[in-house]
Design a protein around this ligand. Structure first.
Ligand code: FPP
Length: 248
């Protein structure tokens, strides 16, 4: 795997046999990236979407099992309508391309979030992508779309309560593993590494349940500039951590 371009951006070596199984990324900093260049925020999202393609392809190449990205939160509807529709347009463009290349790429695609407020066209594209790639094995990419950690937990709690009322679940007995099956992330192992570029040091309602024991990596680099070298830095930092999961 040779992508060293110059001494300046030389990536730290990572042990490909000890990769995290699951990396989750908050793709933050698109707006600031655009502002720095005197461009509209939507141009930052376009650059962010392009970078997502690069990073997702690279993750597949190195053999990562799961990649989850935060594309649109339950709170992002508060943004100006033209910005919201630009992000939705980028998602549509990406999904159309992904469908065209699925046979070749064989990446399994999933969506975390309530897709019902999306346009019927976008919703159908998500469903088609999910359906076509359902049996693919190898890398799984989860796109968080109209996703919020608290929303996910409330939905899980309501569905569990319904199952209890219908006699399908026991209200006196619930394990963490059983509750996990009520979440969008059912069947997906918790993220080992959560990356947030752009200098913000918060979780912003991302994978609240799933990140209980995740390792975090923060960097000032803005998402459109978060290159393969930056990804290597994050993985190298992860590989130097001592994960104890509450033990000693
Ligand atoms: C956060 O940066 C980014 C978003 C809310 C949108 C992310 C969307 C994309 C990268 C494009 C579509 C995605 C795919 C998967 C094709 P920000 O706008 O909050 O940045 P700022 O904090 O600098 O303003």
């Amino acid at each position: 795997m040779d992508f060293f371009r110059s001494k300046a951006d030389r990536a730290p070596a990572v042990d490909l046999k000890r990769l995290p199984r699951h990396i989750a990324i908050i793709m933050d900093g698109n707006g600031r990236w655009a502002k720095k260049r005197g461009m509209p925020r939507t141009a930052g999202h376009a650059a962010g979407a392009e970078n997502f393609r690069t990073i997702a392809t690279y993750c597949k190449e190195i053999g990562l099992e799961y990649l989850t990205v935060y594309a649109f939160s339950t709170e992002n509807w508060k943004r100006p309508p033209d910005e919201v529709s630009a992000i939705m347009g980028l998602l549509k463009k990406y999904l159309l391309e992904a469908i065209g290349q699925m046979e070749r790429d064989r990446v399994k695609m999933e969506f975390f979030g309530d897709l019902s407020p999306l346009t019927p066209e976008l919703r159908q594209l998500c469903e088609r992508t999910r359906e076509i790639s359902r049996h693919y094995e190898g890398c799984q990419v989860n796109i968080c779309l109209n996703y919020g950690g608290r929303d996910e937990l409330l939905r899980g709690a309501m569905n569990y309560a319904k199952d209890c009322l219908e006699g399908k679940a026991d209200p006196n007995h619930l394990t963490q593993e059983q509750f996990g099956r009520y979440l969008f992330s059912r069947g997906v192992p918790d993220p080992d590494l959560v990356i947030r570029p752009s200098g913000e040091l918060r979780l912003s309602n991302f994978l609240l349940w799933q990140s209980a024991y995740s390792e975090f990596y923060f960097t000032d680099v803005l998402w459109p500039d978060f290159s393969k070298v930056e990804l290597h830095k994050a993985i190298a930092a992860y590989q130097n951590r001592d994960r104890r999961f509450g033990g000693v």
